[in-house]
Design a protein around this ligand. Structure first.
Ligand SMILES: Cc1ncc(COP(=O)(O)O)c(C=O)c1O
Length: 317
């Protein structure tokens, strides 16, 4: 297997991130729950995208890019962190985001304003239109460009979460379960592949905060990242064996759910930590449901990935 250290990376954050036991919540749920503080990754307001961007921005830099494009929803944490990474590396970011009726400069949009980022809100739900707009702007600029897909979720970006599992193992801790939010798939795919390679007894539970063919998306990303790593493992279908997915979306993406809001409150009230209503709140709600269903053994150690999202928290009314 090709070592992770052989892939070019830029340093954007602070690693390893801490792992803490959630004593009060563990008591309430009757399960040993730990939290991986990827909300403290050290760029912007932290979050999971920093690990992916360390690989993606290195690729952009090595290809000579001056202009970096990415996309997502109007409150995309990924887009905001891409702009922060570009600012740090002296590149220009252009964010083409789905407008979906947004009119206020709040949350991540306010942070983008503070960074002087060029943000274009497009009134479309079609990513193909957004990517062709990137091509049009890129050509007109005459600058070397680099396009990062929504969520930074491609084979290279997912390596950030393969590395995260290696980091957890190197922190001297072993978990039976790892729980994360899944929005575009890269985090979950990286964790599932990382667990297969570095913590084979752990099972990864992806909490789906959006609708879509996530089994296919996840499995494809696992295969493609595994191919980058020249892994000899059989990665054809890890679903069921190494990971499973659970729908926690509720009414729809970015629409807060009752269970997610209750989880957010529990974390704030019992641990003094803040989740967000779009990703981590719903994901932690899924963990609570699993605990209520008896899915975890008495001695199991469960790790919740806090993937950030603080910027979006301030866009909630
Ligand atoms: C705070 C937060 N958590 C989790 C996710 C989901 O990660 P992924 O897109 O890799 O599935 C995102 C994605 O945008 C996010 O912003």
């Amino acid at each position: 297997m090709r070592p992770l250290s052989s892939f070019p990376k830029v340093s954007l954050g602070v690693f390893p991130t801490p792992i803490q036991r959630l004593d009060n919540i563990s008591h309430t749920l009757g399960v040993n729950v730990y939290i991986k503080r990827d909300d403290l990754t050290g760029l912007g307001l932290g979050g999971n995208k920093v690990r992916k961007l360390e690989y993606l921005m290195a690729d952009a830099r090595d290809k000579g890019a001056k202009l970096v494009f990415t996309t997502g929803g109007a409150q995309s944490n990924h887009a905001m962190l891409t702009a922060a990474a570009a600012a740090k590396l002296g590149m220009k970011a252009v964010l083409i985001l789905k407008k979906r009726g947004v009119t206020e400069r709040v949350g991540n949009q306010y942070l983008e304003y503070l960074m002087g980022t060029e943000v274009i809100l497009m009134d479309t739900d079609d990513y193909a239109e957004i990517y062709s707009e990137m091509d049009r702007i890129g050509e007109a600029s005459g600058l070397p460009c680099y396009k990062i897909p929504m969520g930074g979720s491609n084979a290279l970006g997912a390596l950030g979460y393969v590395e995260c599992v290696k980091e957890i193992a190197e922190q001297g801790l072993r978990f039976d379960h790892i729980v994360c939010a899944e929005g575009s798939g890269g985090t979950m795919a990286g964790l599932a592949l990382g667990a297969k390679l570095f913590m084979p007894d752990a099972r990864v539970h992806g909490m789906l905060v959006d609708t879509g063919p996530f089994e296919e998306i996840t499995q494809k990303l696992i295969r493609e990242s595994g191919a980058l790593l020249e892994s000899d493992e059989d990665l054809e279908d890890l679903s069921g064996e190494n990971y499973d997915l659970r729908d926690v979306c509720g009414i729809g993406y970015a629409i807060p759910s009752e269970k997610g809001n209750a989880a957010l409150s529990m974390m704030a009230e019992q641990e003094g930590l803040f989740l967000d209503p779009v990703y981590t709140g719903k994901a932690f709600g899924g963990l609570i449901s699993m605990a209520e269903e008896g899915a975890f053994g008495e001695n199991d150690k469960v790790l919740f990935l806090h993937s950030g999202g603080a910027g979006g928290l301030f866009a909630v009314r």
